[in-house]
Design a protein around this ligand. Structure first.
Ligand code: 6R9
Length: 672
């Protein structure tokens, strides 16, 4: 059974996470021209609320998904059943159909009107290297040549291949080539160590690793191939290593095992027949960040991932033919899989892809990218927003960001302070922010505003059409408005995870067991996040179930206190942990990073405490504030509170090799 914070004591009072009264209405023009509004008019829906409810209702959700599946995807063979729940919790979608996702993402555009449309504007990190514009026609040829190369190595449908590459066009090309053959890709973030790659490749039995000689980081070439060599040494299933020459660093090639990408594609045909697969055929395995314990290999199905991400991208970010979309995530994360690779390509959009660091050569790089390539929609993470906030608005202010028309956020709760800064300094004080809540497991956004939704800062607003998302108490009752509990999906949806690679028991335990025996709740998906709804029904995500403090009988989300701290004009980032306290259960200890230009002082610590007391009330005020230069984060930018806490309390910090900045751990002072 899962351990849920607070389960032992149901009498705990839950603090109201957000008492947000500011509402930001979407401009009329955005609403009127939006894709979702066109659809609503066609269907005769009068209000957003009515539309969202209809699409997610018991009576209509399968009808909704049937229409979406036929709108966004060309099926080689049409399915006969939209969804089959006879093997719950193993839900099957689009039964009886046949599909190839690369055909949908590339071939149909390359063979049609979008042949010469740019699919990717790729910006290398070194400023002296040329930007590449890759059309759908180019992509078609490159994917086919590489797919034929993979075929020549004997790779076939159902085999697994690990991809360990930086943000270069060959990464999506490799993924699309695998998918063209029905080979299951497992992308491993290129910032992971050789051990991270080895564990993942060994777990899913990869037959090959696709990698690069090296890549650029802040202007310097960094070798990567040696990591793949080490990984292959501990992953006996790996027969081949394919190496793309990116940085021109010296690498050793093992005879018979290693092959250069350019040799593999030499002389290969630019045509390659798609391998048509069952919609349930696995498209990819992606290991989650592994915040605790062994990484879990999330299995994603082909059909659902052709439909879900494309539909949400179209509706939420309202992408039209002339938009330039930039999702700043790394493709090594689910955000990149869904929203740099599959969804934008299925929609036939132009995406920007940037190879490098946000601060190279300086903190203006992103804003220059937007200015130079007239990016219209920007999708990034709160951690990035806070980093820029810390550096000050003078960086974005130097550039012309007038091409932007919509903004997005993902990865963590975005604290209202960062939300306001994002809108003010990146969005000219007028752009709407789509705060999308979702997970590796879900493949696509579950809760998110639409361009027609009035926004509240810090809220991911409502469940999207077709998704039945609710908040339940521990007994399985829906909680009333104005309170919180476990956020769940009451119904299945196409892009949901299908299984854990090789671990049925853990799959059951982590997501389904919790409400399995509650009458009427079998098949309810436990997301693992705490959330609250305010009196208007707006959802506020409070963070992972474990990230809730218990202070003098009050349940306080760590994120709530962090959000209050970051609203302090001198604080850029904060991590809050609970320190055991004989009287209160836990007392709140904060570790904060100051904004540039501020110095730590005992007065500032006192001021920060007073600030939280005023914002959230005395019960949520930290008893200690410590100033640090850095906080340990996952590679996707989430603050690792577990590690901060372990270090602060003098406990073993566990495996930190997969952190973005393991050195930050040493800077956390002991508090006991
Ligand atoms: C897409 C992604 C999933 C966890 C999720 C939640 C947090 C993501 C969020 C958010 C609040 C948002 N999360 N988006 N919390 N508001 N808009 O990040 O996937 O890396 O698997 O993380 O991230 O806690 O459960 P993943």
């Amino acid at each position: 059974m899962l351990k849920l914070a607070g389960k032992e004591d149901k009498k705990l009072k839950t603090t109201v996470f957000q008492d947000e009264t500011r509402i930001f209405n979407p401009p009329k023009e955005l609403v009127e021209k939006s894709i979702v509004m066109q659809w609503m008019k066609k269907k005769g829906f009068k209000t957003e609320k009515e539309m969202r409810a209809w699409c997610s209702s018991d009576e209509h959700y399968l009808e909704f998904w049937d229409e979406m599946a036929k709108t966004y995807v060309d099926w080689h063979k049409t399915y006969t059943k939209v969804m089959d729940d006879s093997e719950m919790p193993y839900f099957h979608w689009f039964t009886g159909g046949e599909i190839n996702i690369t055909y949908n993402a590339v071939d149909r555009h390359a063979k049609g009107a979008k042949k010469d449309k740019v699919a990717y504007i790729w910006i290398p990190e070194p400023t002296d290297q040329p930007v590449q514009k890759i059309t759908y026609g180019d992509l078609y040829k490159e994917v086919n040549k590489f797919a034929n190369g993979l075929k020549s190595l004997g790779l076939k449908k159902g085999d697994r291949v690990s991809i360990y590459m930086p943000m270069i066009p060959q990464l999506p090309i490799a993924m699309l080539a695998c998918a063209k053959l029905g080979v299951i890709h497992s992308v491993v973030f290129s910032g992971f160590s050789s051990k991270g790659l080895m564990d993942r490749a060994a777990d899913c039995g990869s037959r090959a690793i696709i990698t690069v000689d090296g890549f650029y980081r802040r202007g310097k070439p960094v070798p990567l191939k040696p990591n793949a060599d080490e990984a292959a040494g501990g992953a006996p299933s790996v027969e081949k290593i394919i190496v793309y020459k990116r940085a021109g660093v010296d690498v050793s090639m093992k005879e018979g095992r290693d092959v250069w990408w350019h040799d593999l594609v030499k002389g290969q045909s630019e045509e390659c027949e798609p391998v048509w697969v069952d919609p349930e055929h696995r498209l990819y395995i992606l290991y989650t960040s592994g915040t605790t314990g062994k990484p879990k290999g999330i299995e994603h199905a082909t059909g659902g991932n052709a439909v879900g991400p494309a539909q949400t991208l179209h509706w939420v970010f309202d992408l039209k033919d002339d938009d330039v979309w930039w999702c700043t995530a790394d493709i090594g994360w689910v955000t990149g899989h869904s929203y740099i690779v599959y969804a934008p390509l299925i929609l036939g959009m132009t995406s920007l892809m940037y190879e490098g660091a946000a601060d190279y050569p300086d903190f203006g790089r992103w804003w220059k990218n937007i200015q130079d390539h007239k990016v219209t929609v920007l999708y990034t993470a709160p951690t990035a927003v806070r980093m820029f906030m810390k550096q000050g608005a003078e960086w974005p202010d130097k550039y012309d960001l007038s091409s932007l028309r919509l903004l997005g956020s993902v990865g963590e709760p975005i604290n209202p302070e960062a939300w306001m800064w994002y809108r003010e300094h990146i969005g000219r004080g007028e752009l709407q922010i789509m705060d999308t809540w979702w997970q590796t497991e879900t493949g696509t956004f579950l809760n998110s505003p639409l361009p027609i939704t009035p926004l509240k800062p810090g809220s991911c607003t409502f469940p999207l059409p077709g998704y039945d998302i609710s908040i339940l108490d521990e007994e399985g009752n829906e909680v009333p408005l104005g309170s919180g509990g476990n956020i769940v999906a009451l119904k299945p949806y196409p892009s949901m995870l299908r299984a854990f690679w090789g671990d049925k028991e853990r799959f059951m335990k982590e997501y389904w067991q919790f409400y399995w025996d509650v009458p009427g709740r079998r098949g309810v998906y436990l997301a693992g996040d705490k959330a609250q709804r305010d009196k208007d029904g707006y959802f506020f995500i409070q963070g992972r179930i474990d990230d809730v403090l218990s202070v003098a009988g009050h349940r306080i989300a760590n994120a709530e206190v962090e959000s209050a701290l970051v609203a302090h004009p001198k604080i850029a980032e904060a991590a809050v942990v609970g320190k055991p306290d004989e009287v209160k259960g836990e007392s709140i200890v904060a570790f904060v990073i100051l904004r540039v230009g501020n110095e730590p002082s005992p007065e500032l610590a006192k001021d920060a405490i007073a600030f939280v007391r005023k914002t959230l009330g005395p019960v949520a005020a930290p008893t200690e504030v410590h100033f640090v230069n850095d906080l340990p984060k996952t590679r996707s930018g989430k603050i690792m509170r577990r590690v901060v806490k372990a270090r602060a309390l003098g406990n073993p910090v566990g495996d930190i090799s997969t952190l973005m900045n393991p050195e930050a751990v040493d800077g956390i002072p002991k508090i006991v």
